[in-house]
Design a protein around this ligand. Structure first.
Ligand code: C2E
Ligand code: MG
Ligand code: MG
Ligand code: MG
Length: 283
């Protein structure tokens, strides 16, 4: 990254060079600030969870929810997970953070269930680095059990990239989680390089179509054909299919007629607290 920024800077002249190097060092400093602050974020109770409902497109009722971590630091303010998760993966804090996320998700799911919300499962993002922990499965089973949550009530979201790295061993890891009852979902599907023919070998229950495809629906571009094909094939293979980042009525209508099972996005709801989920869906 640094190299290409420098290169671009040189291309566009000396003043720009100064501008880009300043910008670059600001970015590096910001990353260092995040790195340092993240190491104390858990102990200082700066992390918390929000939940975004996943709706059945047929009935427009809640089916499940995705757990998303939030971080509010006194000095840095609200930092987006797109920014701090990569740093957490780099400095190792993703391990304790990952357990925090999992435990809070189990706790919240139980609360929603007890409040009578008809929610089938909670989807939890798990970083590929967490799978390097030898005891991850055992620890997850223990935590779920502590909150009286069944593994089948938890869906583990992994990225397509994880599937593509070290294919065979990662496939075995996922299969092992499935054998113990956890659901698996492939997040951001379509952004990696796995081919359609590969779909049938995936040890997964759910495919999540990346927002970038959903964004393009409005254009009536050729991507629409790709979405329809992914949905049709996924359904034939018996997978549940979720579209992420639905923002417009037009997108929802298209996805519903294409037979997509679930939808998630600002059109329905932003990520909200457990308490807000209960208020919103309790009848
Ligand atoms: P993701 O797992 O693909 O999550 C979906 C992201 O899209 C979330 O961003 C969500 O707030 C956002 N989103 C949902 N609907 C819409 C919409 O209609 N419009 C727009 N513009 N955005 C929408 P968020 O919460 O900022 O998370 C970003 C990424 O950070 C996640 O992408 C995931 O990769 C990672 N992440 C978030 N929470 C966790 C976590 O607890 N653990 C791990 N390992 N990663 C997490
Ligand atoms: Mg996700
Ligand atoms: Mg996603
Ligand atoms: Mg995404």
């Amino acid at each position: 990254h640094a190299d290409s920024a420098m290169y671009l800077a040189k291309e566009s002249g000396k003043n720009n060079f100064r501008y880009y190097t300043q910008e670059l060092s600001r970015n590096i400093q910001h990353r260092l600030d995040i790195d340092m602050a993240l190491r104390n974020a858990l102990q200082n109770n700066e992390l918390f969870m929000v939940f975004q409902p996943q709706y059945k497109l047929k009935t427009k009722t809640i089916h499940s929810a995705e757990a998303l971590v939030r971080w509010k630091n006194p000095k840095l303010g609200n930092v987006s997970p797109d920014k701090f998760i990569p740093v957490a993966e780099e400095n190792g804090t993703i391990i304790p953070l990952g357990y925090f996320v999992f435990e809070e998700s189990c706790k919240a799911f139980k609360q929603m269930q007890k409040a009578g919300i008809a929610i089938e499962y909670i989807a939890v993002n798990v970083s590929s680095l967490q799978f390097k922990e030898r005891n991850l499965l055992d620890n997850f089973l223990k935590i779920a059990n502590k909150y009286d949550v069944k593994p089948s009530e938890i869906e583990i979201e992994i990225t397509e990239r994880f599937i593509m790295e070290h294919t065979v061993s990662n496939m075995n890891i996922l299969q092992n989680f499935r054998d113990h009852g956890f659901k698996i979902s492939i997040d951001d599907f379509g952004t990696g390089y796995s081919s359609m023919s590969y779909l049938k070998q995936l040890p997964t229950d759910t495919i999540k179509i990346d927002k970038s495809f959903v964004d393009d629906i409005a254009n009536g571009s050729s991507d629409n054909v790709i979405i329809e094909a992914i949905i049709a094939l996924s359904k034939t293979l018996g997978y549940m299919i979720v579209a992420e980042g639905i923002e417009t009525q037009e997108q929802e209508t298209f996805l519903a007629q294409a037979n997509c099972d679930l939808g998630q996005g600002y059109l329905f709801s932003k990520p909200i607290t457990c308490k807000e989920i209960i208020e919103k869906f309790r009848n």
